[in-house]
Design a protein around this ligand. Structure first.
Ligand SMILES: [Zn+2]
Length: 438
């Protein structure tokens, strides 16, 4: 499927949006009521996605979406047009037969349509990456993807291979890689505008497959573990169109890519490693591995003295238990940063909820008798907060930092709103809005 901008066409169905009320077909017009939950960016995108589903169920070949007079031009493109571009996505890379209907959208190319296309393109690019299976999307594949994006946009890029990572002493990251046949890669991209007004560093978790290691997951728990690279894929999605959207900030994108596998060489529960920051970690659960890779990535990121440091990670199942599968858990040591992210997320129609980061009792659980800290609390309670407090140990004092635990909303087993089955590309649009303001 693709979406074509233009004047009214002779299609099988014409969708006309109406205010809340009835849904009906008049001639070949489908009158479709607009949702009203009180959040326009979400309601408009959701409405057109549902309209598309309804049209598909009519088994027609083509459809035209007509702009109603009561919707502003800006809203029509930024929300309805972006919504249809997000909703028509499907991951058919590995399908031998592809299907779809012709979609025509009332309008012309303009600045708003271009921005909507860039937002959707970044999101759909991330969806493709996350959906790509772990036999193909390896750490090397992610590094190569970063290289291609950087080359195309003129970003600076550094790619550290295993030898470099050993030399740097990123031993927490390396420990996760011990059991894997695949080489780890540490990637650092940089976008530099003229006269930047500050520096934002994005860090993404990049586990291309997470078996749990020796603390092995159940077979069911492993089925979707290609999604454990979603944070890094979101960073790559942002960088794909960052240059064209433009930002006043210098923006860095960093990720530490590896698999987590069980093996004779794999890290054992009880092993102690010295992280890049110098702090020691007792690894008691090898399935709490994302925080080990992020510990070194965050400590490295702090060396660049960012004004804002933001990490995105599928870090804990506990975040999904706490907030459900549609909402990301947001932790921050800075109110202005947290509020900025939440405001951006409302425009982008992604759901975030701020969680506590100042829990002195959960913090006590980090302690262990034989190292500076342990990587798991050994109980089930407050797991998302524990994960955030663990990461905070590797963020330099004074740096404004936000941790986004997006384990819930990055992946679907069922379509909802403008999100298809599979990867949603969560985080990309909120970060683009936060960084570029477009
Ligand atoms: Zn894990």
């Amino acid at each position: 499927m693709s979406v074509i901008l233009g004047k009214e066409k002779d299609t099988d169905v014409v969708v006309r949006f109406i205010k809340e009320g009835e849904i009906s077909v008049r001639g070949k017009s489908l009158l479709f009521p607009i949702r009203n939950t009180g959040n326009k960016p979400l309601d408009y995108r959701w409405t057109i996605a549902d309209a598309l589903e309804t049209v598909k169920s009519l088994k027609v070949k083509s459809v035209f979406f007509k702009k109603p007079g009561f919707i502003s031009k800006k809203d029509w493109y930024r929300f309805f047009y972006e919504g249809i571009l997000l909703a028509e996505y499907s991951f058919d890379e590995f399908k031998t037969s592809k299907e779809g209907i012709d979609i025509y959208f009332d309008g012309e190319e303009n600045e708003y349509s271009r921005i909507a296309e860039l937002y959707a393109d970044s999101t759909n690019f991330t969806r493709n990456l996350v959906n790509t299976p772990p036999n193909i999307a390896t750490p090397e594949y992610l590094a190569k993807t970063a290289e291609e994006i950087s080359k195309k946009n003129g970003y600076e890029i550094k790619i550290f291979d295993k030898k470099d990572i050993e030399r740097l002493g990123m031993n927490a990251f390396l420990a996760v890689n011990w059991g894997s046949e695949k080489e780890p890669y540490f990637v650092h991209m940089k976008y530099s505008p003229e006269n930047p007004k500050g520096r934002i560093v994005l860090v993404g978790k990049a586990l291309t497959f997470d078996s749990g290691g020796l603390s092995l997951k159940s077979s069911e728990g492993m089925m979707t573990m290609k999604i454990d690279k979603s944070g890094a894929c979101a960073v790559l999605g942002v960088f794909k169109n960052l240059k064209e959207l433009g930002s006043d900030y210098e923006v860095h994108g960093i990720f530490a890519a590896t698999e987590n596998m069980p093996d004779g060489k794999a890290v054992r529960p009880g092993d102690i490693v010295k992280s890049y920051s110098g702090k020691t970690i007792e690894i008691l659960n090898t399935d709490a591995e994302g925080r080990l890779t992020l510990a070194d990535a965050l400590a490295y990121a702090c060396e660049f003295e960012p004004d804002y440091l933001i990490d995105m990670a599928t870090l804990t199942g506990a975040a999904v238990v706490a907030l459900g599968e549609f909402t990301a858990a947001l932790f921050s040591n800075d109110d202005a940063l947290a509020n900025g992210i939440i405001r951006s997320s409302q425009f982008a129609a992604e759901r975030f909820w701020r969680m506590p980061l100042n829990d002195p009792f959960i913090y006590e659980k980090l302690k262990t008798y034989d190292a500076d800290m342990k990587n798991t609390s050994l109980d089930r309670w407050g797991g998302a907060i524990y994960g955030a407090l663990f990461l905070k140990e590797f963020v330099k004092d004074g740096i404004k930092w936000a941790h986004i635990d997006l384990a819930g909303p990055v992946f679907n087993t069922k379509r909802w709103a403008y999100n298809p089955v599979g990867a949603t590309g969560f985080g990309v649009r909120t970060m683009l809005r936060f960084i570029t303001g477009r």
